[in-house]
Design a protein around this ligand. Structure first.
Ligand code: H79
Length: 424
């Protein structure tokens, strides 16, 4: 098929990744938008730069946590909207090596995740509230939006775009092969060629021919003929698209929902609104059942540790994944309507029934009469009986269906009991 489909092959197999938001904003610990929400000037934000010294930074521990959770790739903020760079750059002084951290933190991340066998991605913010040539842009989001002098200062936006291109070139030259480039984000007229996006994507593809790029440089990824910069995958944020994503021709568009564990991306000390492991597993299953990926976020703290609540969730999800990952990796939507009791994922002739609403009695599989060769509880491999219950023939809608008894599965997994069905 098309290039986009080829490039994303590993990505569509991997299905589950770790998003990591980490930067100076971990110190105020009020989320990564703190500069914008609280209208903090460069000067007001400066102390965090002079203080940033993550003595507990251990990307090997992050990588192990990702791997144990069943995640197969990661995306880390090399620079968020505040403009602070975790990587070494010739083009700015606003970088980790000039903070008390005194080194390139991205280099360690890339090495650690590679060593765990995970694919490696870079998040890079198009928005930059620190750069002198980035417009304060009316009163929308810039921290200096109420400061008239700042807004009216003469700027040369092309110098910012040069900086953006030069930094992307550094990121994609200095760290070996990189698997994902995740830009964030275009808005209003700050989109597409405003970033000189065609030129930028051509540069990226010349440096990293196999990299995949998100859709946030702008353009129309769902168009029949998308722009060069329209991206390889669609990136729903904090939402799971109801029916998956298809283009104007009705063909599937690769997509990846990015979702936080609590309500913030960057570390927030007061945000305890964590999702349960069950919610996370079900969100993951929902993504797969609609041909999508899940990029699940953690926000390490100022010392460099992933919050313990987040680690606990990842551990529980990993326990489920260890036994049920076969129904996730390489799987996609089934060619069957969503069943009453849950969801399907499928890979070839293996159909995975995710039983989310167990109910009582045998479970009904519409349309699968005579098509099920065998049924097993995925978690432990035990046999499940396929049978016609007493009086079943009296129900008019079962002509094409089959019933499966969850005998022996006395305590189906509360998160999601998976039945592996081998189809004929
Ligand atoms: O990095 C994480 C967030 O910090 C960043 N993307 C994720 C991955 C993000 N936060 N919010 N958003 C993206 C969307 C925000 C959109 C809005 Fe607006 C800001 C709506 C109103 C203000 C920008 C300006 C878009 C419309 C007006």
């Amino acid at each position: 098929m098309n290039k986009r489909w080829e490039r994303t092959e590993w990505f569509r197999e991997a299905r589950f990744g770790m998003f990591i938001h980490w930067g100076l904003y971990a110190i105020p610990a009020r989320g990564e938008w703190v500069r914008s929400f609280e209208k903090l000037s460069n000067e007001a934000y400066e102390p965090y730069f002079r203080e940033f010294n993550p003595d507990r930074y251990d990307p090997r521990a992050w990588a192990k946590a990702a791997k144990a959770a069943g995640q197969q790739y990661a995306v880390l903020t090399t620079k968020h909207h505040d403009g602070f760079c975790l990587f070494e750059s010739e083009f700015t002084d606003y970088k980790a090596s000039n903070s008390p951290a005194q080194r390139d933190l991205i280099k360690e991340y890339v090495e650690a995740f590679r060593d765990e066998g995970l694919k490696v991605g870079f998040y890079y913010s198009l928005i930059d509230w620190h750069h002198d040539d980035y417009p304060a842009y009316g009163d929308r989001i810039h921290p200096m939006r109420d400061n008239e002098a700042y807004q009216n200062r003469p700027i040369q936006f092309e110098r910012y775009v040069d900086y953006l291109h030069a930094q992307v070139k550094e990121l994609l030259t200095n760290y070996g092969e990189i698997d994902v480039m995740w830009f964030d984000f275009s808005y209003d007229d700050m989109t597409g060629e405003k970033w000189r996006a065609t030129e930028l994507v051509n540069l990226i593809r010349s440096l990293q021919p196999n990299i995949i790029i998100d859709n946030r440089l702008g353009g129309h990824i769902k168009a029949a003929e998308p722009e060069v910069y329209a991206g390889d995958f669609y990136s729903p944020e904090q939402i799971l698209p109801p029916g998956g994503i298809v283009d104007e021709n009705g063909l599937n568009v690769p997509w990846e929902a990015c979702i936080t564990l609590n309500d913030n991306w960057g570390y927030h000390a007061m945000d305890h609104a964590y999702k349960s492991p069950k919610q996370v597993v079900r969100a993951l299953v929902e993504c797969i059942s609609k041909n999508g990926n899940l990029l699940l976020n953690v926000g390490p703290d100022a010392r460099g540790e992933i919050p313990s609540q987040s680690l606990e969730i990842l551990t529980a999800v990993g326990e489920w994944m260890r036994r049920n990952g076969e129904s996730i990796y390489g799987c996609g939507a089934a060619d069957l309507p969503k069943p009453e009791w849950g969801r399907y994922t499928q890979k070839g002739n293996m159909l995975y029934a995710h039983v989310l609403d167990r109910g009582i009695g045998p479970i009904y599989f519409q349309g699968l009469k005579g098509r099920i060769k065998k049924a097993r509880l995925l978690a432990d491999g035990s046999e499940l009986k396929i049978s016609m219950p007493w009086m079943a023939e009296q129900y008019s809608d079962i002509d094409s269906g089959a019933f499966i008894h969850l005998i022996g599965a006395e305590l189906p997994d509360d998160m999601d009991t998976v039945i592996a069905l081998e189809l004929v």
